[in-house]
Design a protein around this ligand. Structure first.
Ligand SMILES: Nc1ncnc2c1ncn2[C@@H]1O[C@H](COP(=O)(O)OP(=O)(O)OP(=O)(O)O)[C@@H](O)[C@H]1O
Ligand SMILES: [Mg+2]
Length: 276
C-alpha cells in the first residue's frame, strides 16, 4: 500500500514538473511572438525613413551634379569661353538652384503633412460628391490632352472622413492618370460597394503603365518612376505618398494593378461606415 502511495506521489510530482515545463515553454513562445509583433511596425517605419532619406538625397544630388558638371566645363574652357556660353551656363545653373529650392519647399510641406492630417475633423462624407468635384477640376487638362473621363458610382457612397483630404487624394490619382496617359486615352473613376459594406473607389487609366522595378517603391516620398525620367522637372514623386498618408487617416487600403503599355488602376478600399 505504501509502495503504491509512493509511486502515486512521484507520478504526480513528474506530471506537475511536466505541466510547469509546458507552461514555461508556452510563455517563452508567446513572449517571442509578442516582441516580433511590437518590433515589426518599428522596423517598417525605420525602413520607410531610410528610403525617404535615400530618395530625397537622390533628388537633391541631381541638380547639384548638373551644376557642378556645367561649371567644370566652363572652367576648362578658361579664357576661350564666350559671353554667350557664360550666359547659357548661368541661366541653366539658376534653373537648377530653383529646382533645389523647390525640392526643399516640398520637403518642408511634406514633413508637416502627417501633423496637418492628424488635426483634421472626420465626419460623414459622400465620396461620389468628392470624386465629381475632383473630376471637374481636371476636366480642362484632360480635354486639352484629348483624354476622355468616365464616372460610375453607387447610391449612398458614404465614408467616414474629411472631404478636403479625400479630394486631394482623388486629385493626385487623377493627375497621375492624366500625366502618364496619351492623346486618345481614357480614365474611368468607379465607386462600388464591397461585400463587407465598405466602399471601393478605383481610378483606372489606359496609360503607359508602371514597370515592375518601380512598383514596390511608388508610394515612397520623392520616388519618381522610370517612366518620368524625361519630365523629371514636373515630378516631385510625392503624389502617391500623399495618397497613402490620406488613406491611412481613413483606415483605407490602397492597391495598384498595372500592365506596361496598357494602363494602371489604383483602388482605395474604405471600411464600412457605421454612422458615427
Ligand atoms: N497612373 C499611373 N501610370 C503610370 N505610372 C504611374 C501612375 N501613377 C503613378 N505612377 C508612377 O509612380 C511614381 C510615383 O507617383 P507619384 O504620384 O508619387 O509621383 P509623380 O507623379 O512622379 O510626382 P508628383 O505626384 O509629386 O507630381 C510616378 O513617378 C510614376 O512612375
Ligand atoms: Mg503624381
Amino acid at each position: 500500500m505504501t509502495n503504491i502511495a509512493n509511486d502515486l506521489v512521484s507520478a504526480i510530482g513528474e506530471v506537475s514538473l511536466l505541466v510547469r515545463f509546458i507552461i514555461f515553454s508556452a510563455l517563452i513562445v508567446i513572449s517571442y511572438f509578442l516582441s516580433v509583433l511590437t518590433l515589426r511596425p518599428l522596423q517598417r517605419s525605420m525602413q520607410e525613413r531610410k528610403r525617404f532619406i535615400a530618395n530625397i538625397s537622390h533628388e537633391l544630388r541631381t541638380p547639384l551634379s548638373i551644376m557642378k558638371a556645367e561649371l567644370e566645363a566652363a572652367l576648362l574652357q578658361g579664357d576661350m569661353i564666350t559671353k554667350r556660353e557664360l550666359l547659357e551656363i548661368s541661366r541653366s545653373n539658376l534653373e537648377e538652384v530653383d529646382r533645389s529650392a523647390q525640392i526643399i519647399q516640398f520637403l518642408l510641406n511634406f514633413s508637416e503633412l502627417e501633423t496637418r492630417l492628424a488635426s483634421l475633423q472626420l465626419s460623414q462624407v459622400n465620396l461620389s460628391r468628392v470624386a465629381r468635384k475632383a473630376l471637374r477640376l481636371v476636366e480642362e487638362d484632360a480635354h486639352r490632352q484629348r483624354i476622355a473621363l468616365a464616372f460610375e458610382d453607387v447610391d449612398g457612397a458614404v465614408v467616414r472622413g474629411n472631404a478636403t483630404a479625400l479630394e486631394e487624394l482623388v486629385l493626385n490619382l487623377l493627375k497621375n492618370a492624366i500625366r502618364f496617359n496619351s492623346a486618345g486615352g481614357k480614365i474611368r473613376v468607379k465607386i462600388v460597394r464591397g461585400e463587407d459594406g465598405g466602399i471601393k473607389m478605383s481610378v483606372a487609366d489606359t496609360g503607359v503603365g508602371i514597370r515592375a522595378v518601380d512598383l514596390p517603391h511608388i508610394f515612397e516620398p520623392f520616388y519618381a518612376g522610370s517612366n518620368v525620367l524625361k519630365k523629371r522637372k514636373e515630378s516631385a514623386g510625392l503624389g502617391l505618398a500623399i495618397v497613402r498618408a490620406i488613406a491611412r487617416l481613413h483606415r483605407a487600403r490602397v492597391s495598384v494593378d498595372s500592365v506596361v503599355g496598357q494602363g494602371t488602376s489604383v483602388g482605395v478600399r474604405f471600411p464600412r461606415y457605421h454612422g458615427r
